[in-house]
Design a protein around this ligand. Structure first.
Ligand SMILES: [Zn+2]
Length: 267
């Protein structure tokens, strides 16, 4: 991809949740052991294009669900120079509450999602609390309204998004989850979102327990390895180790925003 666009790639942490391993693995090795998770949004920025990946949740939803809210993801994006008011493209990896909220804070954006995710979030599986619980009905309905407002762009499976950015369907966690592969100066980095919540889910083949189809989750780990230039080019969706391994955007933003286009500091 030498002739294509090269992006700076950021992760911005906006919330966290103290919990135990029981909430993070289908088969937790030590269920009572503390194992917090982080919540992120991501941004890919080139000389000519700014793309936001996911929008996080709102302060109200943080209170409802007992998550520790650090700041609105749009305020976090502002700290790295990304203004939600002017962003024209948001990639929605999937419809879970912690990825799809705040869409009203992106007034100029089109929302890019997989056909299958819209079908999943508005279909029969939402009658099952195992799948419906992680959706926020107001967010799903809001995205349906944006569909009728012609602000939704559908993608089906693997798709070119823009020079240097491709989308890849990896179901399993939700039926229509997509990951985003971004060309950076260190190579092809995959923002895995919840195709891989935590490094340990992938490394031990022991998935996060919110699952639509387990075999697709496991196949997804293999697919991530195919898509990325190396295992160090796969970025899990909720792992605090991501924040620890990658360099901060600046000293001021330590613990808030990191550069994923720089190599991680530890394997
Ligand atoms: Zn998530």
């Amino acid at each position: 991809m030498a002739d294509t666009d090269v992006y700076q790639l950021y992760a911005v942490k906006y919330a966290t949740h103290g919990r135990t391993q029981a909430a993070n693995f289908v088969d937790p090795p030590d269920p009572h052991e503390a194992m917090p998770i982080d919540y992120f949004v991501w941004a890919a920025v080139s000389d000519t294009r700014t793309v936001v990946i996911d929008m996080g949740f709102t302060a109200d939803v943080a209170t409802e669900r007992g998550r520790e809210y650090i700041r609105c993801p749009t305020d976090g994006l502002k700290l790295i120079g990304v203004n939600a008011d002017t962003v024209t493209d948001v990639i929605v990896t999937h419809f879970h509450y912690d990825h799809i909220g705040n869409f009203d804070k992106f007034p100029k954006a089109d929302f890019h999602l997989q056909d299958r995710e819209m079908a999943f979030a508005t279909g029969r599986h939402m009658l099952d609390p195992a799948h419906g619980f992680s959706m926020n009905a107001d967010d799903v309905v809001g995205m349906v309204r944006h569909l009728y407002g012609k602000r939704v762009v559908f993608h089906d499976g693997d798709d070119d998004f823009a020079p240097g950015i491709t989308l890849h369907h990896i179901g399993g966690h939700t039926d229509g989850l997509q990951v985003v592969r971004v060309n950076t100066k260190r190579g092809l980095v995959v923002v895995a979102s919840d195709a891989c919540h935590l490094y340990a889910n992938m490394e031990t083949g022991n998935p996060f327990p919110i699952i639509f189809k387990k075999e697709d989750v496991l196949a997804g780990y293999a697919r991530l390895h195919e898509l990325a230039d190396s295992p160090d080019h796969i970025v899990p969706g909720h792992d605090p180790l991501v924040m620890a391994r990658y360099p901060s955007v600046s000293d001021d933003l330590a613990g808030i925003a990191i550069r994923l286009d720089e190599p991680p500091q530890a394997g």
